[in-house]
Design a protein around this ligand. Structure first.
Ligand code: DGL
Length: 273
């Protein structure tokens, strides 16, 4: 198969990256996508940078074996600690996530911006540099969200437990009068409706999903790597044909949640690391 028709690898610690995958699929419907939910190793956010980096190198090796033409790290935590190691090892384009600090600060009217993310992301040097570069004149209020990813991975998107967990993370930000809120973890868009209820209509909620899909498109264009769509057989059922799903954890459990969040029946292949 010619390089343009090879797949793009996309991964996250679990189902969170599906919130990015849907933007990629919408923007680049002719591309074949391989999605890996590393659910056996989830969550990344409370593990050491070294451990997450090694895991990401193993995952990138899997995508390289599949002869992927590009890789999307659909995880803020993994990007923060591993992307430079991945880029040092592989020549294909590697696109990563970062909390949308720059657009949020540009958009904010009162300059008070809240950021929800994992400990791993907030504690990284990459995030410190992002803050210094784009938020020098803003008041950035960061909030780690321990336990939130695990709850989302259990499929709990709107229970009372989820509601009170989100309240506890958001109340300090509301008290400091944020007018813009960054979802700095790819899992969090799946609880955006509940976040919206808590913060109210006057707070803008920003995430990076579409910006990353745009950046991927730009890099593929620049390297003349865009697919022609010839590798996809049936355009009528493109959503399942175009994407192959893998998971490292219990496939049956992950399948139910992935299907719910993706909006189509998914039977992920099991990958053993
Ligand atoms: N979805 C990932 C992110 O964007 C992290 C989730 C985790 O802690 O595993 O940071």
């Amino acid at each position: 198969m010619v390089l343009n028709e090879q797949a793009i690898g996309v991964f996250d610690s679990g189902v969170g990256g599906l919130s990015v995958l849907s933007h990629i699929h919408a923007r680049l419907p002719d591309e074949r996508l391989l999605y890996l939910a590393d659910s056996a190793f989830m969550p990344y956010g409370c593990k050491s940078a070294l451990v997450v980096k090694d895991r990401c190198l193993d995952i990138a090796a899997f995508f390289a074996e599949q002869q992927c033409k590009a890789l999307v790290v659909a995880c803020n935590t993994a990007t923060a600690v591993a992307i430079h190691h991945l880029r040092a090892r592989y020549n294909f384009p590697i696109v990563g996530m970062e909390p949308a600090v720059k657009p949020a600060v540009a958009h904010s009217r009162n300059g008070v911006v809240g950021i929800l993310a994992t400990h791993g992301t907030l504690g990284s040097g990459k995030f410190q540099r992002l803050k210094q570069r784009f938020a020098a004149d803003a008041q950035l209020i960061v909030q780690a969200c321990p336990g939130l990813v695990e709850l989302i991975e259990r499929g709990d998107l709107d229970s009372a437990v989820m509601g009170s967990m989100l309240q506890s993370f958001l109340q300090p930000l509301i008290q400091q009068r944020i007018d813009t809120l960054v979802l700095g973890c790819t899992h969090y868009p799946f609880v955006a409706p509940l976040i919206r209820e808590i913060v109210g209509e006057h707070v803008s909620i920003v995430d990076s999903g579409d910006a990353i899909a745009c950046e991927l498109q730009r890099q593929l264009q620049q390297r003349q790597l865009l697919a022609t769509g010839r590798a996809l057989t049936d355009h009528a059922s493109i959503k399942t044909d175009a994407v192959a799903f893998w998971c490292s954890g219990e496939a049956r459990e992950t399948a139910a949640l992935m299907s719910r969040l993706w909006g189509g029946l998914i039977s992920p292949n099991k990958l053993s690391f």
